[in-house]
Design a protein around this ligand. Sequence first.
Ligand code: FAD
Length: 203
Amino acid sequence: METFDVLIIGGGAAGMSSALLFGSAKNKPFAEGKNIGIIMHQKASALSSALFNNVLGIKPGTVGKEILESGKKQLAETYPHVKQIEKEKVIKVEEKEDEVVVTTNKNTYTAKNIIVAVGPANTFNIEGLTQYVEPHQKLPVEKNRIQLKNSDHQVTDKIYVAGVLAGHVSQLPIAMGSGADVAATIMRKWNDNKPAMVHDSVG
Ligand SMILES: Cc1cc2nc3c(=O)[nH]c(=O)nc-3n(C[C@H](O)[C@H](O)[C@H](O)COP(=O)(O)OP(=O)(O)OC[C@H]3O[C@@H](n4cnc5c(N)ncnc54)[C@H](O)[C@@H]3O)c2cc1C
């Protein structure tokens, strides 16, 4: 059974943004030897049907499908040490004393921390997480969306939530920022509680 330091669940906007930030910390001492994975399920992403004209840095007219593909490619080419787990869907999460056991339709993994970034659909049925479900606080009631109870993205000691499922409004930059924020929070823990940022610069 493969063990991760952090396992991200969901290959949409928040999940991939989180994975990219973790990946970019590869040369930082606090990230040395960390095993990072993402369950790269994309079929149910809101990005599949979206068209973007209002997001900084994304060329107007870009369709969300392109972002799903290019995000996966960017992660694979720039940070290949981040393991992308394809064609699996999480069905169960069990929090134990020292780890979280994640069961998909094909495999079982353990992780010290997980980030749940699967979007706000009210069909959410991951066993072991349904007790944290509550009505979404920022989306229109008639949309019948859900969020996971959390405090600044933290659901329990080992479980984090990101993206619209964390209670954010559904806008791409907010979902991406939420995923990155959770990565920075977990990396801060790895860094003896000192702020952990990764900045590349010119020259
Ligand atoms: C039609 C449409 C148009 C939009 N237009 C805009 C716009 O113009 N501007 C803007 O800013 N925003 C827009 N958005 C919103 C934006 O796309 C979302 O806010 C953003 O994608 C949410 O990111 P997320 O990571 O929370 O969820 P998602 O991107 O939906 O990602 C969730 C991921 O979790 C995966 N998943 C689900 N269940 C499981 C499971 N059990 N196990 C593993 N993985 C799972 C899914 O396959 C998916 O990849 C639009 C959305 C739609 C639907």
